[in-house]
Design a binder for this molecule. Sequence first.
Ligand SMILES: [Cu+2]
Length: 179
Amino acid sequence: MKYLKLTVLMLSSAFLMNCGGKDEKKKSFSYDTETEAPAAKSETPVAADTATATDGVVEVMLHGDDKMTFNLKEIKVKKGQKVKLTLMHTGKMPKNVMGHNFVLLNKGVELATFASKAASAGDHDYVPEGSEDVIVYTKLLGGGESDVIEFDAPEAGTYDFLCSFPGHYALMKGKFIVE
Ligand SMILES: [Cu+2]
């Protein structure tokens, strides 16, 4: 909660240069509704953080780049929330060279084991078809592309996420925490 408040504060100050604590709620709401408009300008690093929207929907902005990194190492949501995750490839390199996806693994699935299985699933964007190891995943993206997925937060616990493009998981991985 403290985390969210901070994000809201930072957003408020970025947009308005002046923020009264009282208006935080209102501002975060108007920020959320704004996302309907095609806002090409909102490329602030702040927006890349985990931010909560209204109606129990959490919006997560995850970026992958040409340096083979994700901007987030940790994503925190709450049990029962709906998660709207946007993966954006902020680089320029094509998908066959520097493809990125977001794959959320089930509890107890070993990252390295999964990654090596995934590496041979090139026909399916490096996500083994019908795999029970996977909770949810995005499309594989090249530079400039993005994909949005929505899913219900799984039961409380800590899960691994990764980019399953061959060789990427060493750097492109993180924890998905459901509280
Ligand atoms: Cu990748």
